[in-house]
Design a protein around this ligand. Structure first.
Ligand SMILES: Cc1ncc(C[n+]2csc(CCOP(=O)(O)OP(=O)(O)O)c2C)c(N)n1
Length: 380
């Protein structure tokens, strides 16, 4: 049983929540698309920023709703406690529940938060309710009307409210049409294959979502760290690795949405200036892994950004091969942005589909500890 997305959005609008922000989750694709299509949705870089934007709406008398996944709960906790709760700003959040009710039934990176989400909300004394349907066990959860009644009660007390959405509890938007991408642009597959052709013995850190899956599909290697959770932190892991293994080149494969989620890390990379770090960003203009919702990279001048941040080499033009060659041969840290067209129907299994994340991590740790051969992929 699932609630039609339009029914939920109509109820949210009837409650005065006429706009939406957030970071997408496939389980919330229906309401995301309906608000977006009406011109009432502005994606946020991270869930904490989304909560603060909604707090601003609320302060301005035009409330809205935050749409996010519980993997982003951590990003949201600071403004939830020190802004929204502290100041009494009643923001309404719809948060999808990954890793729940059966943590073993979802991807490994969701298991801890899946179990902890409601306990954390209880600990923070934030009113919350689970929407019935989908993966929710029989008898658990409330219908939409009751969930929104609770949200209204919280609002009246100047408290935030979190509506928790189990997998499959919401239906899709009726028309799931997508904008036509430029057929001349390269694909994710092409960009990732070209990168893997060049990394040889380098250490590679791949970002959350389809990019990690693609890297695993193209060529599984023990020198690749498949970062399946912790969206936005691939470059930080790469920075740490580059410092720990200064004799090895470290390549980070990032997404535009993930990089923008923690853009400050790019400034940290440039400030610390590890000569052995190459930061490759595959920019498809969207959050492809959660349904290809547009991200905020569309208006970005990557060349100006990279230079302004202070990367030693910035490559944002040219074909995939030329761009990668230029970035890999220039002084580090290097930023290389590859613009690709979305191919959301091309999806491969995660690296963790065949083994546990701790086993993959141990495999990488052992490989990272071996010196790279001097003939290939060594330090410059
Ligand atoms: C903190 C957090 N928020 C949201 C998600 C859900 N999520 C997983 S992948 C992804 C999209 C990543 O977008 P991008 O980096 O542009 O890569 P793409 O999917 O387009 O390849 C999102 C939003 C998450 N895993 N973690």
């Amino acid at each position: 049983m699932s609630v039609p997305a339009a029914e939920l959005v109509d109820a949210l609008r009837a409650a005065g929540l006429d706009r939406a922000t957030g970071v997408p989750c496939g389980h919330l694709a229906g309401p995301w698309q309906l608000y977006d299509r009406a011109g009432d949705l502005g994606p946020a870089a991270d869930e904490g920023a989304a909560l603060a934007i909604a707090a601003g709406w609320e302060l301005g008398g035009r409330p809205g709703v935050v749409l996010c996944q519980n993997s982003g709960f951590g990003n949201l906790v600071n403004p939830l406690t020190s802004l929204v709760l502290a100041c009494g700003i009643p923001v309404t959040v719809l948060m999808s529940l990954r890793g729940w009710p059966d943590p073993a039934g979802d991807e490994q990176q969701h298991a801890t938060m899946g179990t902890a989400t409601t306990a954390m909300l209880d600990a923070l004394q934030v009113p919350h309710a689970v929407l019935a349907g989908g993966a929710a066990p029989e008898g658990v959860g409330l219908p939409v009307g009751d969930v929104l009644d609770r949200a209204a009660r919280a609002r009246a007390q100047r408290l935030p409210f979190v509506g928790l959405v189990p997998r499959g509890a919401l239906g899709p938007a009726a028309d799931a049409s997508r904008p036509e991408p430029d057929p001349r642009a390269p694909t994710r597959a092409r960009a990732v294959a070209a990168l893997l052709d060049r990394v040889d013995e380098d250490l590679l850190v791949t970002t959350t979502g389809y990019l990690s899956r693609q890297a695993h599909h193209e060529r599984d290697r023990d020198r690749t760290f498949y970062m399946q959770g912790s969206m936005g932190h691939a470059a930080a892991i790469g920075l740490g690795l580059a410092g720990a293994r200064p004799q090895q080149r470290v390549v980070v494969l990032d997404g535009d949405g993930a990089l923008l989620m923690h853009l400050g890390t790019a400034a940290t990379v440039a400030a610390q200036a590890p000569p052995n770090l190459v930061h490759v960003v595959v920019d498809n203009g969207c959050y492809e892994s959660t349904g290809a919702q547009r991200s905020t990279s569309g208006h970005l001048d990557w060349a100006a950004l990279g230079r302004g941040l202070g990367y030693a080499t910035v490559v944002t033009d040219g074909g995939v091969d030329e761009a990668l060659d230029a970035a890999l041969s220039g002084p580090g840290p290097a930023l290389c942005v590859l613009r690709v067209r979305p191919t959301p129907d091309e999806v491969y299994p995660r690296a963790s589909s065949g083994s546990g994340l701790p086993e993959l991590t141990e495999r990488f740790r052992a490989a990272a500890g071996r010196p790279a051969s001097v003939t290939t992929g060594g330090p410059r």
